[in-house]
Design a protein around this ligand. Structure first.
Ligand SMILES: C[S@@+](CC[C@H](N)C(=O)[O-])C[C@H]1O[C@@H](n2cnc3c(N)ncnc32)[C@H](O)[C@@H]1O
Length: 290
């Protein structure tokens, strides 16, 4: 019997069952550009079978947690975020204990916000990120040019800081996942035939006003989108199944014109230009049949 075929089949069944389950995992962190809203559209395009799942722009990992792949490689350029993933996977109990000590109070929030990550242990650093994410305005992650978190206190009534269920479920999902702090091109060197790759880069701005997503000190420029599109072709030549989401613009459509481009609708609430809040079109690019 061909072991790789039967392994793939097993995964296929598990993936489909997970997709149907209303209790599938949810992100332990809220992330700008998070894909919870587009989840139905993305899930319906997940290939029926694949080997390793890759998500090199993991952010909050909405799709990753929803499908809970058996074997995965995830990465992000945001070091603080990647540290939190590693701690959730390897030390969930210590993390929950650390989180239980945090307080939803304004003065305390600003004290925690002003801490320098380099003075904290990895567990304290992960707890700080999750605490700030739960208690700051809109659950945004935004840093200034020197990398300091700068979102104000929200004053929510009951922000559920520890989120024990999500952290424990997330930890279980992450057990067979390799986690890297790396740029997208580095981890994708490992991808081979029949691996499934979901690419969700910072969106190319629809207008000069919509470039509100500063996840990192570094920005994702036009040239990075061009580099990513070249890599998309290269991964296709390697036999990988690749799905990508991005904003709907002439530039992004031109980059992926060789491939199948579907138009989908999303409500985008976080926008510096109030008149631009509402439903927008986005694109999902695939290079395989589903
Ligand atoms: C649109 S968000 C991903 C959202 C994610 N799909 C979710 O559901 O939350 C884009 C992510 O790409 C990361 N990023 C930006 N530039 C990157 C790069 N060059 N390589 C890898 N990750 C990068 C950002 O830190 C951010 O987490």
């Amino acid at each position: 019997m061909n072991i790789s075929i039967s392994k793939t089949k097993e995964r296929d069944i598990k993936t489909r069952v997970t997709l149907l389950s209303p209790h599938s995992n949810k992100p332990f962190i809220k992330w700008a550009g998070g894909k919870t809203q587009l989840l139905g559209e993305l899930i319906s395009r997940v290939p029926r079978s694949y080997n390793v799942y890759f998500e090199p722009f993991i952010g909050g990992g909405a799709l990753y947690f929803a499908i809970s792949p058996d074997e995965a490689i995830i990465a992000d350029i945001n070091e603080d975020l990647i540290n939190a993933y590693i701690i959730v996977r390897d030390s969930p109990d210590e993390l929950i204990e650390a989180l239980s000590k945090y307080k939803n109070e304004k003065v305390y929030f600003y004290e925690i916000r002003s801490q320098l990550q380099e003075n904290l242990s990895p567990i304290e650093r992960a707890a700080r990120l999750i605490y700030l994410n739960r208690t700051c305005f809109n659950g945004l992650y935004r840093v200034n040019k020197s990398g300091q978190f700068n979102v104000p206190f929200a004053g929510y009534k009951n922000p559920n800081i520890a989120q024990t269920d999500k952290i424990l479920a997330g930890s279980e999902a992450l057990q067979n996942t390799d986690i890297y702090h790396a740029g997208f091109d580095e981890v994708l060197k490992k991808a081979t035939t029949n691996d499934f790759i979901y690419l969700d880069p910072p969106y190319f701005p629809k207008s000069v006003y919509s470039d509100f997503k500063r996840y990192n000190k570094e920005q994702f420029h036009k040239e990075d989108h061009e580099r990513l599109a070249e890599l998309y072709d290269n991964l296709s030549n390697r036999g990988c199944k690749v799905m990508l989401s991005n904003s709907d613009t002439p530039f992004t459509r031109e980059l992926y014109k060789k491939w199948r481009i579907d138009t989908v609708y999303a409500k985008r609430m976080i926008n510096s230009d109030a008149s631009k809040r509402g439903e927008v079109t986005e694109i999902i690019v695939t290079n395989y049949d589903y």
